[in-house]
Design a protein around this ligand. Structure first.
Ligand SMILES: C[S@@+](CC[C@H](N)C(=O)[O-])C[C@H]1O[C@@H](n2cnc3c(N)ncnc32)[C@H](O)[C@@H]1O
Length: 224
């Protein structure tokens, strides 16, 4: 079993019997929260990151040019759900970073609470991303906003939350074309999304995530 660095900070590849799996260094050794496989290499533990369960993972497999998440970063994660991808973001930012994990569905936030109890850098927040005024006193300025919410007005929600992003900070957004309009061609929708984002953000890269994540496009942008 061999461990390789990837071009992205905090993301590694484990090569085992010809299979290459994405992994992150486990911030909570001995614990896995989603039945993900744990690997021990040189006294360190790594967690398998499944790109079919995560748009971030899929964007990595698609070789997006930049994943701007670094050690010690503060991240606002919109649409944290049960915490699968947020837990890997938590591994990347490490113990000196923070992931504000926001979701508006009480049922998933209940699951999230369990992980946040074990991982001190994950802060659970039950709130509606459409209403940043309801949580603006509970968060600080962040280095990166990551958004994965399947809503018709996904872009407008991200734009409303840019108030929390530091100058030159990064925004990552997974666009689900079917949530915007199921009848229209996904590429048309992605182009319209790009045009709207361009007003406030510089587009660094975008990748369609099919077939790992059907009818999704992932954008990495930087605040102007
Ligand atoms: C596709 S899931 C996110 C999966 C997660 N990002 C992951 O990779 O593990 C989308 C989540 O967005 C949440 N969501 C949708 N609209 C929202 C809103 N306006 N505010 C907060 N959360 C929202 C849903 O409750 C759902 O949990």
């Amino acid at each position: 079993m061999e461990l390789e660095k990837s071009k992205y900070e905090g993301i590694f590849i484990i090569n085992q019997k010809g299979r290459r799996n994405l992994v992150t260094k486990n911030l909570t050794p001995g614990k896995s929260f989603f039945d993900e496989k744990l690997y021990k290499i040189n006294n360190e533990e790594f967690r398998e990151f499944n790109p079919t369960h995560s748009k971030l993972g899929a964007a990595i497999i698609k070789r997006i040019s930049l994943i701007p998440i670094k050690q010690s970063d503060k991240i606002l994660y919109l649409g944290a759900s049960h915490g699968y991808t947020p837990s890997f973001v938590s591994d990347i930012v490490g113990k000196n970073g923070v992931v504000f994990c926001l979701d508006f569905a009480p049922r998933v936030v209940r699951d999230l609470l369990g992980i946040c109890e074990e991982r001190e850098n994950m802060i659970p927040m039950l709130a509606d991303a459409k209403k940043p005024e309801t949580y603006k006193t509970r968060i600080t300025e962040v280095d990166v906003i990551y958004q994965d919410i399947a809503q018709k007005n996904q872009v407008e929600i991200l734009l409303k939350n840019l108030q929390f992003l530091k100058p030159k900070g990064y925004a990552m957004i997974a666009i689900k074309s079917r949530s915007i309009d199921v009848t229209r061609h996904p590429q048309r929708i992605y182009q319209e999304v790009e045009d709207k984002l361009k007003d406030k953000l510089k587009i660094i890269d975008k990748k369609e995530l099919d077939p790992l994540q059907k009818a999704h496009c992932f954008f990495v942008c930087q605040k102007k």
